[in-house]
Design a protein around this ligand. Sequence first.
Ligand SMILES: NC(=O)c1ccc[n+]([C@@H]2O[C@H](COP(=O)([O-])OP(=O)(O)OC[C@H]3O[C@@H](n4cnc5c(N)ncnc54)[C@H](O)[C@@H]3O)[C@@H](O)[C@H]2O)c1
Ligand SMILES: [Mg+2]
Ligand SMILES: [Mg+2]
Ligand SMILES: [Mg+2]
Ligand SMILES: [Zn+2]
Length: 477
Amino acid sequence: MQLVALYTTPERRRRRNGTEQKAARMTSLQMSAKEEMVEKFLDAAARGDVVLVTAHLAQLPSVINQTGYSGWTALMLAARNGHYDVVEKLLSHGCDKCLVNSSSQTAYDIAKFWGHRHISNLLSRTDEGSQRVLPGSEVSPQENYFSREMLDRLSGKRTDKTWLESKHSDPDTVYLMFSKLNPMVSMPQEDDGGETKLCRFRYEAVKDLLQKPATVLIFLGVEKRKNPSSSSDAVQEPPAWFAIGSDEDAVELLKRCREKNCCFPKSPHRDLLKLNEEEAGVVAQARSVLSWHSRYSFCPTCGSSTSLEEAGYKRSCLNSECRSLQGVHNTCYPRVDPVVIMMVIHPDGNQCLLGRKKMFPPGMFSCLAGFVEPGESLEEAVRREVEEESGVKVGPVHYVSCQPWPMPSSLMMGCLAVAMSTDISVDESEIEEARWFPRQQVIDSMFKGSRPTFSVPPRQTIAHQLIRHWIGINSNL
Ligand SMILES: NC(=O)c1ccc[n+]([C@@H]2O[C@H](COP(=O)([O-])OP(=O)(O)OC[C@H]3O[C@@H](n4cnc5c(N)ncnc54)[C@H](O)[C@@H]3O)[C@@H](O)[C@H]2O)c1
Ligand SMILES: [Mg+2]
Ligand SMILES: [Mg+2]
Ligand SMILES: [Mg+2]
Ligand SMILES: [Zn+2]
């Protein structure tokens, strides 16, 4: 294993490799203020100056994962030099512990190589036996795309008709427009960083639609307060958000919007992954509830018509004799389909099992996944789906994090699992190919290193995050 030796000052650090030699030719005057700050931050981390590290993070939070000229992050430097308190501080600020240096080492690899066991334990909490390949809980919870909640759902208000009506006509209320389950968005312009944005409407622009019987209106929640202590917030309620599902012609709906480049995306699997994290969370909620309404127009118990209640969160049967009106029935409420998605680790701890479906883009491999069946635990669903799809037998299973997946309404529960057998025999009806991939090959593909032999799904998918998670916690030393 190749590890660059460590330096404690920016000057010494830059002398180490090609990039560094180039940087050494650069005087500090030529460095931009930002670059200089990054170098000072990295130097503080390498020296174990937790006070200075904290000050830099407060001044410029984006510095946290920067690598500077050495290609090492602050976490790697602190892990190299055994600075436990700096590692702890960086983790508590949400630093990315999966990043690798030019030798494909994570901070965990580095701490382990240099014998800082208290730090490698902090970075992964690895134990003996099967725990060796199946490390424990994350230091900070992982947040997946579609998971962020920018709205407070205020479910208690769903039955408060007076409050809801006052919010309908409130000039601050935000309405999102959906056609065939897709939100109206403005497509990226050159000057806005390539982000797709939701089109937001006010009451005046949509009030005629709210009167139409075919319109489905969902109360999504009120904006979470960013600074709850501010005095103006105490008197003013934060804006409420609603989603409108309309059956009007999409071209007519688009005419209502004054923004440029508006459309209803044709490919949700691609286009809904381009929103910012906050809007993605709102779309996950709205799209799943709207899709439930579109699929459950009639009572699943007796087939009668239903009425929409509780601000879009309930459908009640209109047949007074129906069983669904006695007691609580899950047919009346929006459905969520649980799915397990798993990163299966080889018993040697250094390879993982990935598969590809026929519909995947050429060369892409991903984690295996499957629907949880009735009366089945998460762990059993993982074992059954992996064996069905690849023939591999799985032992211990650990939950990592989950992701709402609004196509139309899955909850992806991400797990790590240890294989107990290694022979692969794929179920060709579901999977075209499954293979064991060595860690180095996965790192090369993930970080576009040398000669990637395959591709992984985009960062917005939990599959991608599970693969990164494994790279970050599992060393190949
Ligand atoms: N976010 C991600 O990273 C990610 C990655 C992989 C899969 N997924 C999602 O996970 C879902 C499940 O994965 P899978 O397709 O491999 O599952 P799977 O292996 O269970 O196979 C799917 C088949 O199971 C059957 N099935 C059983 N219950 C079902 C239900 N409630 N709804 C629909 N079909 C059901 C159908 O015949 C379907 O074709 C997919 O729909 C996909 O959208 C998301
Ligand atoms: Mg399956
Ligand atoms: Mg599957
Ligand atoms: Mg299945
Ligand atoms: Zn009924």
